[in-house]
Ligand binder design. Structure first.
Ligand code: ZN
Length: 234
């Protein structure tokens, strides 16, 4: 076909691809990656008006096999959870994005509420003297909690239940349920619904190793985000 002077068909250079900007869903989530590089053993009351005190920030546990610190694992998962929630249209407030902070548990609870967030998700990993123990749990205040209203306690319990159910569905982790406690400063000082997610046991060789893989971290993040979706849907 030589000699033809037909110009090659020009392809429209500008290909318009819609950028994935999810509609905001009007919900704001505070995420607290538990602990920090250095604990703070100064004492603070475990709740408003409490005479009982606890360390401002405990040092957390360490991976028995991996040697990874809990504060690092918590931060790694918290940052991935932030990305997942933003992709689902949530606004996110991070209590910390580095390990080099000094923020007490009571302050974290208060910062979360002051940020205008609807709920607070506290990310932790567990430890046990019994290295065969594995599984996940969430923590919520009991109905006997002296620092929180019954309405707030019920919301914390509902949030905790939604998250542990979805977390274990996504990860296949052993479901240790919702652990009720009135000793957690970061729950007792919180004026918005809050839960503590204990993702797994760093003292268990298998779970410690699994929690360091990108695949399992994504399963954990998906589970927590699914639980948050279900909390607001119910
Ligand atoms: Zn912890």
């Amino acid at each position: 076909m030589t000699g033809t002077e037909e110009p090659a068909e020009t392809v429209e250079a500008e290909i318009v691809t819609p950028t994935p900007t999810p509609e905001g869903n009007g919900r704001k989530i505070a995420i607290d990656a538990g602990h920090q590089a250095h604990g703070n053993s100064e004492q603070e009351p475990i709740g408003p008006g409490a005479s009982q005190t606890k360390a401002k920030v405990a040092s957390g546990t360490t991976g028995r096999t991996t040697g990874v610190t809990e504060y690092q694992l918590n931060l790694d998962v918290a940052l991935k959870l932030r990305d997942e929630l933003e992709a689902r249209g949530y606004e996110v407030y991070m209590i910390r994005e580095t390990n080099d902070v000094d923020i007490s548990n009571a302050e974290r609870a208060q910062l979360a509420a002051e940020s205008g967030s609807d709920i607070l998700i506290r990310i932790h990993a567990n430890g046990s003297d019994n290295t065969s123990v594995a599984g996940a749990l969430t923590m919520a205040p009991s109905t006997a909690n002296p620092y929180l209203s019954q309405e707030m306690i019920a919301e914390c319990q509902k949030l905790s239940q939604c998250i542990i159910t979805a977390f274990c569905a996504s990860t296949g982790a052993n479901n240790q349920g919702v652990y009720q406690t009135d000793e957690m400063s970061g729950l007792n000082w919180c004026s918005i619904p809050a839960t503590i997610v204990e993702m797994g046991y760093m003292t268990n060789q298998e779970e410690d190793t699994r929690m360091q893989t990108a695949d399992y971290q994504q399963q954990m993040v998906t589970g927590i985000a699914d639980g948050i979706d279900q909390y607001f849907a119910s």
